[in-house]
Design a protein around this ligand. Structure first.
Ligand code: KET
Length: 407
């Protein structure tokens, strides 16, 4: 009898707004179904992609019989951490040379954000974090559950489908001094709208003048422009001024290691001594949470980053993914133009990264899912990485019908 269960009062929780889209997609038996929900790269054939260079690295790891499965240290694989810091801050970063950076391997981007958040909640004097409106849905939960008070700053202007730069400056300008500010390093999710270099510089000046603490979420390095260095420009600008910041890195998208859960949290500090004390406390956050991170994915990343040829091969494969996404933007834009779909769709080609924030409303999204078996998040975000030349016309038909038939 159900009532005899000690859990009988458990209320069913809703599915996750992003990962729940895949759950619904998997239940759909239509042969035409298309999943543009989760940000996961697909090939022109609509298949998940394991990079060649990743396969190569895995083969090398498997063939190396000296490799063992011992626990990693609490902070993870040392090589991986060093190379990850170099990747985001730049090989010639003075902060790295001065040992002012501590990097710990975490469970992909999400785990890195969470460890950083738990550290801040325990040790930082200002427990308020400002996140952009809108932002990746999990941010609110990650920072809230860690015990930080989550506030929003204006970011996106639906009227222009661009950055609300004035609103952003006003809100950060009004934030209590010392507040933490979550910044998307590049390819803002879900909007695809990034500040220009000049705007970043203004944001930096404002934040430094008010002592606001930057926490970068870097989940798409290399995916925005195809260049790893260009996409780290915002982060490097903040590190170059000698100030402090946090950065959460994910290798889910840019190395296609989604399910391997590989990421890193770096904290750039004023001195080497502070950095080493910070690291000692990060270990106290991690040890009771998951003890130490998994070895396989980090070994793949370290193998690739440490070898010049493999690194180069990776950048070529990464650029190919970024280019395919960009070409899908053009194809979708052209397809809507050809159909004479009402409205201005130029934001599809202007936006950056994995997603287009279409401007379609919840009812239009529901209509497209019901009538066309196209799955996307209810905020109208579509993963461009899930599109192919074959599926662009289907999506364009669906958008056209949604816009002309659903208000
Ligand atoms: N930050 C951002 C901005 C982000 O979009 C994601 C993932 C992550 C962090 C975390 O990724 P991880 O796999 O923990 O390294 N976003 C996609 C997947 C998801 O929601 O989990 C998405 O938005 O579809």
């Amino acid at each position: 009898m159900e009532s005899s269960s000690v859990f009988a009062n458990i209320v069913r929780a809703p599915e996750d707004p992003i990962l729940g889209v895949t759950v619904a997609y998997n239940k759909d038996s239509s042969p035409h179904k298309l999943n543009l929900g989760v940000g996961a790269y697909r090939t022109e054939e609509g298949k998940p992609l394991v990079l060649n260079v990743v396969r190569r690295a895995e083969q090398m790891l498997v063939n190396d019989s000296s490799r063992v499965k011992e626990y990693l240290p609490i902070v993870g694989l040392a090589d991986f951490n060093k190379l990850s810091a170099k990747l985001i801050f730049g090989a010639d970063s003075p902060a790295i040379q001065e040992n002012r950076v501590t990097t710990v391997q975490c469970l992909s981007g999400t785990g890195s954000l969470r460890v950083g958040a738990e550290f801040l909640a325990r040790h930082y004097h200002q427990l308020v974090i400002y996140i952009p409106n809108p932002t990746w849905g999990n941010h609110t939960k990650i920072f809230g559950l860690a015990g930080l008070s989550v506030k929003a700053y204006r970011y996106y202007d639906p009227a222009t489908r661009g950055l609300d730069f004035q609103g952003l400056l006003e809100d950060l300008g009004a934030a209590p001094s010392g507040s933490i500010v979550l910044l998307h390093a590049c390819a803002h999710n879900p909007t695809g709208v990034d500040p220009t270099i000049e705007q970043w510089e203004q944001i930096r000046q404002l934040m430094r003048s008010k002592g606001l603490l930057p926490f970068f979420d870097s989940a798409y390095q290399g995916f925005a422009s195809g260049s790893l260095d260009a996409d780290a420009g915002s982060v490097r600008m903040f590190v170059a001024d000698g100030g402090e910041c946090l950065a959460a890195q994910s290798y889910a998208k840019n190395m296609g290691l989604y399910g391997e859960r590989v990421g890193a949290l770096s904290m750039v500090c004023k001195t080497a001594d502070v950095a080493s004390r910070v690291e000692s406390q990060l270990k106290l956050v991690i040890r009771p949470m998951y003890s130490n991170p998994p070895i396989h994915g980090a070994s793949i990343v370290a193998t690739i980053l440490k070898d010049r040829d493999m690194y180069n091969e990776w950048t070529v494969e990464l650029k190919a993914m970024a280019d395919r996404i960009i070409s899908m933007r053009q194809k979708l834009f052209d397809a809507l133009s050809a159909r004479g779909t009402p409205g201005d769709w130029s934001h599809i080609i202007k936006q950056i990264g994995m997603f287009t924030f279409t401007g379609l409303n919840t009812e239009q999204v529901a209509f497209m899912t019901k009538e066309y078996h196209i799955y996307m998040t209810s905020d109208g975000r579509i993963s461009m990485a899930g599109l192919s030349s074959r599926t662009v016309p289907l999506l364009a038909d669906a958008i056209h019908a949604a816009v002309t038939r659903v208000g």
